[in-house]
Design a protein around this ligand. Structure first.
Ligand SMILES: Cc1cc2nc3c(=O)[nH]c(=O)nc-3n(C[C@H](O)[C@H](O)[C@H](O)COP(=O)(O)OP(=O)(O)OC[C@H]3O[C@@H](n4cnc5c(N)ncnc54)[C@H](O)[C@@H]3O)c2cc1C
Length: 499
């Protein structure tokens, strides 16, 4: 069954009659919302994983759910694959088109449909930017909690498809914990309403199934999100450490002490120096690692909790603790963290952001192992990540123009992901599998588990036309990759430091 969902992308859909496809799409969409010229489609040829690029047969820009359904029907009739796209900030190639596909860009569905301050919910279209939700509900004293660092640009539809996380997900949960109801259209043309506005919905938890399904099951056309009251007090601090291992230990100790900060982020020496020179956030340049911790709650509570965090950090070896004295300083601390990815441009022409999650208590040893792997591959790695969630983001620095460096970066990235699996973690924390990590799915899951995923896809999309070649590998691919499911306890890394 799996093979249908993992075609070789180049040439797999060459038989699609492009002229017929365009003719049918022109009957649905006005000329300005159907792009078919090479130069017009260039901005859509990749997502945030810019190393992979490919042009679709056409870019369709529907303006409502009816047009989404109509485009899907054309694709179904002509056997053309469809790739949904939000803002294209994804980092795993999820929105990467391929020849013969229709790229369904959802940016025109960008309206906030209603806000219910009493129920603390908002109904929004999928193209609404993440940050725009919090901005719209602020006058009611509310906010939308999941806050990816890309929140200025990324869409809520993309967040649902990737089950996006962010700084505040440690305390407030991921996208899946903050979505109540979804409207979606399947490739078969079925309109689905999933979840409810109440605290729970009857039947199977299809919200959880749909959230994180990476555009493989249905196209999401409306989302009801849960809103939270803006906390009355928010405090932040920075702790600096002479050694990244001590900082990682402090993270494990904070959680073990029963403290759940609103955010707990870590940056190693390379990341904090780059961010400091870019954003002037006031980070100590000679530290080997810093933690940024934010606590919130009723007046006084945040300060008390932050004092507990500071004590744990000191015990773990922090050499500097600095509480942000006002909201401007707090904003500066976060500005540095949010600028860390773009700041990588100061260190190397290109970076490759890896996303894996590990049990928090394994942080010190995994960071040491990544440093060893970085030396072995001859590529620098900067670490800036959601430490409280154990969600790693090693940024592998390379130069795409230099011979073989991209291949080496990919090899190192794959090895880091396999290390995450080996220590009991996962190959994705929040960026999804997409095209990028499809081979590592073979390491994470057994053949039987992969068959189950394929059966779920088939139940929603029997023709296999929604985002094929992403997220769920075939067993043939796994055999080719030669890494079928490493069982925990066995080691694929005999040369790395053992812990
Ligand atoms: C600088 C930077 C920082 C980032 N920081 C974070 C972070 O802190 N946390 C985090 O989680 N992510 C982060 N990301 C990754 C990215 O922003 C998220 O994955 C985001 O959720 C993608 O949203 P998008 O609208 O750009 O989706 P796209 O990239 O357009 O699409 C992502 C996937 O969703 C599918 N999709 C999109 N819309 C729909 C829809 N309506 N229905 C069905 N499927 C759909 C696509 O097919 C694709 O598979 C970061 C990215 C960048 C560039």
């Amino acid at each position: 069954m799996l093979d249908r969902f993992d075609p070789k992308l180049d040439g797999a859909f060459d038989a699609v009659d492009r002229e017929a496809l365009l003719r049918r799409l022109r009957r649905i969409l006005p000329a300005e919302r159907l792009i078919a010229s090479t130069e017009g489609m260039r901005p859509y040829e990749s997502d945030g994983l810019a190393a992979y690029r490919s042009l679709p047969a056409a870019v369709a820009l529907p303006a409502d759910a009816g047009e989404v359904a109509a485009v899907l029907k054309v694709c179904r009739d002509l056997g053309a694959p469809v790739v949904a796209r939000g803002a294209g900030t994804g980092l795993s190639g999820g929105a990467l088109p391929f020849p013969g596909s229709v790229l369904l860009a959802l940016g025109k569905l960008n309206r906030i449909l209603s806000i219910d301050p009493d129920a603390r919910t908002a109904r929004v279209q999928p193209g609404v930017r993440n940050l725009a939700i919090s901005e719209a509900v602020k006058p009611y004293g509310l906010f939308y909690a999941p806050d990816p660092s890309s929140q200025l640009a990324c869409s809520i539809g993309g967040n649902v498809a990737e089950n996006a996380g962010g700084v505040h997900c440690l305390k407030y949960g991921l996208t899946v914990h903050n979505v109540l109801k979804l409207h979606a259209v399947t490739l078969e043309g079925e309109r689905l309403t999933i979840g409810s506005e109440g605290p729970d919905a009857p039947g199977f938890d299809l919200i959880a199934l749909m959230t994180g399904s990476e555009g493989l099951l249905a196209v999401v056309t409306e989302i009801t999100v849960r809103l939270l009251p803006i906390p009355s007090d928010v405090q932040a601090m920075l702790a600096a450490f002479p050694d990244a291992g001590c900082a990682a230990q402090a993270v494990a100790d904070i959680i073990a002490a029963g403290i759940t900060p609103a955010g707990l982020e870590m940056m190693d020496a390379l990341a904090l120096k780059a961010a400091e020179s870019y954003a002037h956030a006031g980070y100590p340049p000679d530290a080997d690692a810093i933690l940024i911790c934010e606590c919130d709650g009723a007046a006084g509570d945040a300060e008390a909790e932050l004092a507990d965090v500071a004590e744990v950090c000191r015990a773990a070896g922090a050499t500097l603790i600095r509480h942000a004295k006002d909201q401007a300083e707090r904003a500066r601390l976060w500005a540095g963290r949010k600028a860390a990815f773009p700041a990588m441009g100061r260190l190397a022409p290109d970076y490759y952001c890896i996303d894996g999650t590990i049990p928090r208590r394994r942080l010190p040893e995994v960071l040491a192992a990544i440093a060893a792997m970085s030396r072995e591959h001859g590529l620098a790695v900067a670490n800036v990540f959601h430490a409280g969630d154990g969600n790693l983001h090693p940024l592998i620095l390379y130069d795409a123009q230099a011979d073989g460096q991209l291949a080496r970066a990919e090899e190192l990235g794959g090895a880091i992901l396999e290390l995450c699996v080996e220590v009991g973690g996962t190959i994705t924390g929040e960026h999804g599998v997409g095209r990028e990590k499809i081979n590592q799915m073979c390491v994470q899951f057994t053949p039987a588990e992969l068959e189950t995923f394929a059966a779920i896809k088939a139940a929603f999309d029997p023709a296999g036309l929604l985002n094929p070649g992403k997220a769920v590998p075939t067993l043939a691919r796994c055999a080719e990759f030669g890494a079928m499911h490493v069982h925990h306890g066995e080691t694929a890394f005999p040369d790395l430091p053992r812990f």
